[in-house]
Write a protein that binds this ligand. Structure first.
Ligand SMILES: Nc1ncnc2c1ncn2[C@@H]1O[C@H](COP(=O)(O)OP(=O)(O)O)[C@@H](O)[C@H]1O
Ligand SMILES: [Mg+2]
Length: 631
């Protein structure tokens, strides 16, 4: 479909969704679809739920957020279950301003933007439909038309509670345009749009010290006062403040804590009561979610200021910490790179992972338990298997520092380093070493890093570098074997046959000659030695493996290459040890002979075809690993 066709298709779709009718018609709608009368908070909550809620390791995973926010499952669960959910059920929290608190570039703005764009789309669906009094600049809730003395009856018939009073403007219109006949008042379906200023708003203070509350609540229209004769005539008022426009939906409040406390006071009292004062009118009811964001320092100083004390209870703070999982951090970088203008540069495998390792290390706090170092903690947090630890240890580690994730390196910094490297060097390919180097150089220019912290971070860079060295070696060694998985499996089967014979004290049969032979002690030991199993410990190790195999068999599971972490490691190391000399010589020779050349080409081809390298990054990798193996 070409773009013009799509535009007209879109317009048609929008027109199809449009509805208008009298209040009487609206009540009919309401009988069939009572949810259309829901509050703004409830709409947000349902929007999140309707997108789907999964579960990963006993934690909720909201599809709504999962396309753009990574690694924040716990913070999001808290936000949804402790704020949106109770707010949707009209509990008191909805009367407080939601304040997202977290470190710079931790995804707060992204989260708010997702809610805004989400609501715009949701208001175009059946479940998220919103209706308003036609012609009202605040898209007032039609049910406000129901006089208060009839609301109990209405509740009994429709099961819907009405909150909020009819605004002075619509009260006047009701009298003048409709002669007081509520049933005739025109209602229309509205569609949220920040651009059109319907249901979604952003307030960004111009000068926080001298901010005028009118920017939020609208102001007198002096050009029409003469016409209407009085300031208190609602027609002489422009309901065009951000709070007016965001009614029924969401208003983002940027830099909220930078505002003067008088201003805040005004704002917060209005959210508290669910209504606000504009001009010389009675209170205007508002139904909207107000979200602000701040960083920890700003929040602490706000809290420390005695003058703000009374405001605390009108704010609900939800932490948005940094992600603490390496694999999720990688996804963040991928996303940010895809959105940037360096998206077409080749990024060698493991590059983002290694950068992410560094970043996560800067965010983690040193474990208090003596048996876990920072690297292990990093792996455990990412859900990796670490020998001797399980998920209970992870929970325990998390409890050591409930505030973890509020400091460290931010993702934008890493992306800036990556893109500046690319741009400066005009290269078409970038690898982990380039990025680590660039991160290191960047530490000197980083504005907020003390020399003590810098030292720590340099240390994390070298930890990440060591991790990369291991990854690089493994990658190359794997690529040297025609089929790595196959070889590993063959070697393991061979080992297991021997172990079985050894433990059962029986002989094996030679597959070629058919003659009986003793278990191959030399082979078994050459594998076991790779993971430091001593002569004395070998029997126990072999028996343990047999037990594991039969436990698997009992459960009907197949014991395979990945079933036993230590055995897998031993097999891998053994394969690599056998290969080491070939790899070493082949990768480091300056003048390869014909067979070596053939092997190199083969390996490069495999790296490209199977492991995601291009020819530059594959050759760089080989050269680097050659130098590592020759140290
Ligand atoms: N946990 C995360 N998941 C996905 N993207 C993230 C995450 N944290 C930060 N980002 C990305 O980092 C950048 C900065 O985030 P932003 O939302 O502007 O942060 P904040 O408003 O907290 O300063 C954005 O491109 C954002 O998408
Ligand atoms: Mg922001």
């Amino acid at each position: 479909m070409d773009i013009l066709k799509r535009l007209s298709h879109y317009r048609e779709e929008e027109e199809k969704l449009y509805w208008e009718g009298t209040f009487a018609d609206y009540l009919e709608l309401l009988k069939e679809r009572p949810w259309i009368a829901q509050s703004a908070h409830s709409r947000v909550y349902n929007m999140i739920n309707d997108a789907g809620v999964g579960e990963v390791n006993g934690k909720k995973k909201y599809e709504f957020f999962s396309r753009q926010l990574f690694g924040l499952e716990e913070a999001l669960e808290k936000l949804v279950e402790e704020y949106f959910h109770p707010a949707a059920r009209r509990l008191d929290v909805r009367k407080r301003v939601l304040l997202l608190m977290g470190p710079v570039s931790g995804g707060k703005s992204t989260l708010v933007t997702m809610l805004k764009r989400g609501l715009e789309a949701y208001s175009r669906t059946d479940k998220g439909a919103v209706y308003a009094i036609k012609g009202c600049p605040m898209h007032e809730d039609p049910l406000h038309l129901i006089p208060s003395h009839l609301r109990q009856d209405f509740y009994e018939e429709y099961g819907i509670r009405v909150e909020g009073n009819l605004s002075p403007l619509n009260l006047m219109r009701l009298e003048q345009e409709y002669g007081g006949r509520i049933e005739d008042v025109m209602i229309q379906r509205i569609f949220f749009s920040e651009d059109r200023r319907v249901g979604i708003g952003t307030f960004s203070p111009s000068d926080p010290k001298s901010q005028d509350i009118a920017d939020l609540t609208g102001s007198i229209d002096f050009s029409t006062i003469a016409e209407y004769g009085s300031e208190s005539d609602p027609r002489a008022y422009r309901f065009d403040g951000e709070l007016n426009k965001a009614n029924r939906g969401l208003m983002e409040f940027q830099e909220m804590l930078k505002c003067d406390e008088k201003f805040l006071w005004h704002l917060l009292s209005l959210t508290q009561e669910g209504n606000f004062k504009a001009g010389r009118f009675a209170l205007i009811s508002a139904d909207e979610l107000i979200v602000a964001h701040t960083n920890e320092t700003e929040y602490r100083s706000f809290i420390a200021n005695k003058k703000n004390e009374a405001l605390h209870s009108r704010i609900i703070v939800m932490p948005v910490p940094y992600n603490l999982k390496v694999s999720q951090e990688e996804k963040i970088y991928e996303k940010m790179i895809n959105e940037s203008d360096v998206a077409d540069v080749h990024i060698a495998p493991h590059t983002l992972k290694v950068a992410a390792m560094f970043t996560i290390l800067t965010r983690l706090k040193e474990p208090k338990r003596g048996d876990i170092d920072l690297l292990k903690k990093m792996r455990l947090y990412d859900g990796e298997n670490v020998e001797g630890f399980n998920s209970a240890d992870v929970e325990e580690l998390k409890k050591e520092y409930p505030e973890e994730g509020m400091s460290g390196i931010d993702p934008r910094y890493v992306i800036n380093r990556i893109s500046s490297t690319i741009i400066r060097k005009e290269i078409q390919s970038i690898n982990a070493l380039d990025v680590l180097r660039s991160l290191k150089e960047g530490l000197d220019q980083h504005p907020s890093i003390t020399s003590e912290l810098k030292e720590k971070y340099l240390n994390y860079i070298s930890l990440a570098r060591k991790e990369y060295d291991e990854l690089a070696k493994k990658e190359v060694q794997k690529a040297f074997v025609y089929s790595y998985e196959e070889s590993a499996k063959t070697l393991m089967d061979n080992y297991l046959d021997n172990v079985e014979a050894y433990c059962n004290k029986v002989k094996l049969r030679d597959p070629l000659t058919g003659e009986e032979i003793n278990p191959d002690e030399k082979l078994m030991r050459s594998i076991e030695e790779q993971i430091g199993i001593s002569e004395n410990a070998k029997k126990a190790f072999r028996e343990e493996i047999l037990i594991r195999i039969s436990a698997y068999a009992r459960k009907g599971k197949r014991f395979d290459y990945n079933s036993h972490d230590r055995l897998r490691e031993a097999i891998q190391k053994k394969l690599f040890a056998d290969l080491k000399d070939v790899v070493k010589i082949t990768t480091s020779t300056k003048t390869p002979d014909e067979t070596q050349l053939k092997k190199i080409n083969e390996v490069v081809a495999r790296l490209i075809d199977e492991h995601g390298y291009n020819s530059t990054s594959a050759n760089d990798l080989l050269r680097y690993v050659g130098s590592l193996l020759n140290r």
